[in-house]
Design a protein around this ligand. Structure first.
Ligand SMILES: [Zn+2]
Ligand SMILES: [Zn+2]
Length: 358
């Protein structure tokens, strides 16, 4: 099969490699249709990652490089194991890329996203979305059933966003501030609106991303307010502050704005991955009775709800796809574009053939 494999910083090679073995009774082999490039992939590509393994992974046994990246993908089912009866060859699916052990305390509580030895396709497994074949477990197959293969490739980051929005408690009528309109920021905005938020304010300086935010119903914090975002948001909320603020930028200034913009009793969500420790005035949390909620990946419930919301037309996921490229173009038109500040929000790579649905 063909696969794009990462060999080291700035070194991705599209090459012919052996495909996966026959699936076991509760496994399947799928062919990725569209596969998204994520910020996490870019960090691996630039050598600032840390998500890929350097020693044998306790769940998958897989070690480091070369690595088939890609954890955000839709796929067509090619082969199914003998015990799989609810998914058949030819079905189109979103692949739930989070592998878990099923036996640790977190898994026994159903909290697979914090499994002690969780692994990801595309980071800590031999198989990833930028290869033409992926061996998956039965529980990783989520039939698209009415969702396009393009939107299906965005289910994964959308689930990250919905999980963050649900964990921080966005509800009907809330005012929400989101710092940063990268893919996760825009998806958090869509998830907040789908959860009933009345106003979603977004700060983003890139004009193309800002235009998309407006098109999708977000309310932009004007560039002129960039030195006093909390002041601007106070004006919009009768001097109170927003109910919920989300740091989707992973930068100290964004975090500062988020902490300073929440009303007393409100909550702060941090789904972004900061490159290092930051400082903030912890007295604000105490005096204003604030809640801070981190989030990683998604619960199974958030994953399933993301599919349901998309099917119901409440999450327009295709709208964040700004480019579609071929596997051979993955470096020049994909990774190299996203390594520098870019207008692109989500680039999808066509990996292994045509989808019926898109
Ligand atoms: Zn991702
Ligand atoms: Zn576990």
């Amino acid at each position: 099969m063909r696969a794009a494999r990462l060999y080291g910083p700035a070194d991705i090679r599209v090459e012919e490699i052996p495909g996966p073995p026959e699936p076991g009774p509760r496994q399947a082999v799928v062919t990725p249709l569209w596969s998204g490039i994520c910020g996490t992939d870019i960090k691996e590509y630039t050598g600032h990652g840390g998500s890929a393994e350097s020693t044998a992974h306790p769940l998958t046994g897989y070690t480091g490089l070369p690595l088939i990246l890609g954890h955000e993908f839709s796929a067509r089912v090619d082969e199914v194991g003998s015990e799989i009866t609810d998914v058949k060859v030819g079905d189109e699916v979103a692949v739930y890329p989070l592998l878990h052990c099923g036996a640790c305390p977190a898994c026994l509580r159903g909290e697979y996203q914090i499994c002690r030895i969780k692994a990801w396709n595309g980071l800590s497994s031999p198989w990833g979305g930028f290869g033409e074949k992926v061996l998956v477990e039965h529980y990783q197959l989520s039939p698209l059933n009415g969702i396009s293969a393009v939107a299906g490739a965005v289910i994964e980051p959308a689930a990250v966003a919905l999980n963050a929005v649900q964990r921080v408690g966005v509800g009907p009528g809330d005012s929400v501030f989101i710092a940063g309109a990268g893919a996760i920021g825009v998806l958090c905005m869509l998830a907040a609106k789908a959860s009933g938020a009345a106003h979603v304010y977004v700060f983003e300086l890139n004009p193309k991303r800002a235009a998309l935010v407006e098109r999708l119903g977000g309310e932009l914090v004007p560039d002129a307010a960039k030195d006093d975002i909390p002041g601007y948001l106070m004006q919009q909320t009768d001097g109170l502050g927003v109910d919920i603020a989300i740091d989707a930028a992973g930068k100290p200034a964004a975090n500062e704005a988020v902490v300073a913009s929440v009303r007393p009793g409100g909550a702060i969500g941090i789904p972004s991955v900061h490159p290092g420790p930051i400082t903030f005035d912890v007295r604000r949390l105490t005096r204003n009775d604030l809640t801070v909620v981190g989030s990683v990946g998604y619960t199974r419930r958030a994953w399933d709800k993301t599919l349901e919301l998309t099917r119901a037309g409440l999450l327009p996921l295709e709208s964040i796809v700004t480019a579609k490229i071929e596997l051979d173009e993955i470096t020049a038109k994909g990774f190299d574009v996203l390594t520098v500040p870019s207008d692109e929000l989500k680039i999808l790579v066509r990996v292994g053939g045509e989808a019926v649905t898109a």
